[in-house]
Design a protein around this ligand. Structure first.
Ligand code: NAP
Length: 299
């Protein structure tokens, strides 16, 4: 069998970001303010600092107005909720992203619940989740949206396909399952209690790994010709990054494959920009298909 076609997330993300930039220019040309994104970082987690810096940079490049709010790890729940309430009221802010995880002692679910659903660009609050499962017009979590965009762009057929998602987190696994279902795939969600995971995976025309275990998915688990999307980002003891899929083995069997790094990772920030533009377009009552035409392609 010929090796899998690689799905280039870096290229897809760069193209998508250029589309967002054009949408921003169009919004401004219509006399509206550029999208405003507020990023809230509490504490000094090293990985979160990097993520926030990258989001800040990408949002600036897309022509957004960005406010990065850095709060000390000692911030109280009450002060954080007051800060969120202020951003909810601020007309110049269209998207609010609270970088997770929060330091110990802060209640993430209460903070997520406090977000204005129209500004919840991570798509995590209950209204966003409800909209996703009921086909409503909410905001959809960025990483799952990025996976769908990559599948779409690669031309992978989803209608009637058997899709297996490994992982059931609120952030990745569950929303991905909802998006695949909305595309008429037949979806199985697997997790740590799934019996005979290799056999379940071998059923999949589309296999998505969002687990956080380096190279858990072996080549022998993959149905020949399947589309394999590797969401995992795992730091190995030697410092290298590995996905949840054994890359070299998968390359021999899969029909399509995302690399790590350079696959799903770059799409997450691109989708965050897309969601913020969408939120700003809705706020300005500009028909979203005119500024964010990709929405109908993925969700
Ligand atoms: P998470 O909240 O830890 O969820 C992991 C899921 O994997 C859980 O549902 C868990 O099952 C399941 N699982 C764990 N071990 C398993 C096993 N041996 N067999 C089958 N299922 C197993 O993780 P997450 O936030 O969804 O993230 C998953 C991965 O994606 C991580 O590597 C993360 O770094 C990466 N990620 C990447 C991006 C990106 O931008 N590319 C964004 C977000 C996350 P249970 O529910 O039964 O415990």
């Amino acid at each position: 069998m010929s090796p899998a076609r690689l799905i280039d997330g870096k290229l897809a993300a760069a193209e998508f970001r250029a589309r967002v930039r054009r949408g921003v220019d169009e919004l401004v040309a219509r006399g509206q303010a550029a999208p405003g994104l507020a990023v809230v970082l509490v504490g000094d987690d090293a990985a979160s600092q990097v993520y926030v810096r990258n989001k800040d940079k990408a949002a600036h490049e897309a022509g957004f107005r960005v406010r990065t709010i850095r709060l000390p790890a000692t911030t109280t729940q009450r002060d954080l909720l007051a800060g969120v309430a202020e951003l909810n009221r601020d007309e110049s802010v269209h998207g609010i992203l609270v970088q997770l995880p929060l330091p110990r002692g802060l209640d993430e679910s209460a903070v997520v619940a406090a977000l204005d659903p129209g500004k919840d660009v991570d798509g995590l609050c209950a209204r966003s989740v409800g909209a996703l499962w009921s086909g409503g017009a909410g905001l959809v979590p960025c990483t799952p949206l990025g996976c769908m965009h990559l599948l779409e762009r690669a031309g992978v057929a989803l209608e009637g396909a058997r899709a297996v998602v490994i992982g059931r987190s609120q952030l990745v696994g569950k929303p991905l399952a909802a998006l695949l279902l909305a595309r008429n795939a037949t979806v199985t969600i697997a997790h740590s209690r799934t019996r005979d995971l290799p056999a379940v995976c071998r059923e999949a025309d589309v296999l998505i790994a969002a687990v956080g275990r380096p190279e858990l998915v072996r080549g022998a688990w993959i149905r020949p010709g399947a589309a394999v999307i590797d969401v995992g980002i795992n730091r190995l003891p030697d410092g290298r990054l590995a996905g949840d899929v054994a890359y070299a083995e998968a390359l021999e069997v899969a029909g399509w494959l995302t690399p790590v790094p350079g696959g799903v990772g770059p799409m997450t920030i691109a989708m965050l920009l897309g969601n913020t533009l969408l939120a700003a377009a809705r706020r300005a009552l500009v028909p979203e298909r005119e500024l964010a035409p990709w929405r109908s392609e993925t969700a």
